[in-house]
Design a protein around this ligand. Structure first.
Ligand code: XMP
Ligand code: MG
Length: 183
């Protein structure tokens, strides 16, 4: 895809790279204060959270460690069903660890709600969530998110790790995907 084709697939830019970096710096200062003296294990949810993880982790003072999970929701189409399958599990033992889940976006909340329960059952000292985006109008379950970047409208967005059919993840800004792309 060339730059003009990509541009034709996007509607308005919702959040710029500079706004994301400023927000992550703000969240990092809060996280450092809240976890003072404790080592954090950042758990990124593949693949969408790769950019958030890379930028948040570098904003945080040592020591953090990073681990990754890949999950998939059963069910047809683009809607999350809440029945989640682990595609790649963590390498780490969570016993006694302070786990901070790093997620790109909360839509229905079903995926994170399941993940939270799953990680809490593994003996961690604490499990909290940091999500860059949240769509309040799409919520089906309430997820207790400690750190949230931006509340956004209930539209499909891409960029900064977020994809449609694996495309657009490497866009620096987050933009609304034009409906003609998926309809
Ligand atoms: P739930 O509904 O379980 O789903 O909260 C969260 C996951 O769905 C994906 N998702 C999106 N991906 N643009 C994307 O590129 C979006 O607007 C969007 N909304 C949800 C994403 O993988 C997220 O982890
Ligand atoms: Mg995701």
């Amino acid at each position: 895809m060339d730059a003009r084709e990509i541009e034709a697939d996007l509607n308005e830019t919702l959040v710029t790279e500079a706004e994301i970096h400023a927000k992550l710096a703000e969240l990092a200062r809060r996280i450092e204060a809240d976890y003072e003296g404790r080592d954090i294990l950042l758990v990124g949810v593949l693949k969408g959270a790769v950019m958030v993880m890379a930028d948040l982790a570098r904003e945080l003072r040592p020591h953090v460690t990073m681990d990754w999970m890949a999950v998939s929701s059963y069910g047809a189409g683009t809607q999350s069903s809440g029945v989640v399958r682990i595609l790649k599990d963590l390498d780490s033992d969570l016993t006694g660890r302070h786990v901070l889940i790093v997620e790109d976006i909360i839509d229905s909340g079903l995926t994170l709600s399941w993940l939270l329960g799953n990680l809490r059952s593994r003996g961690a000292a604490s499990v909290e969530i940091c999500a860059l985006f949240r769509k309040p109008d799409a919520a089906k379950v309430e997820v207790p998110v400690r750190y949230i970047g931006f509340d956004i409208p209930n539209k499909f967005v891409v960029g900064y790790g977020l994809d449609y059919a694996e495309r657009y993840r490497n866009l620096r800004d987050v933009a609304v995907l034009a409906p003609h792309v998926y309809s």
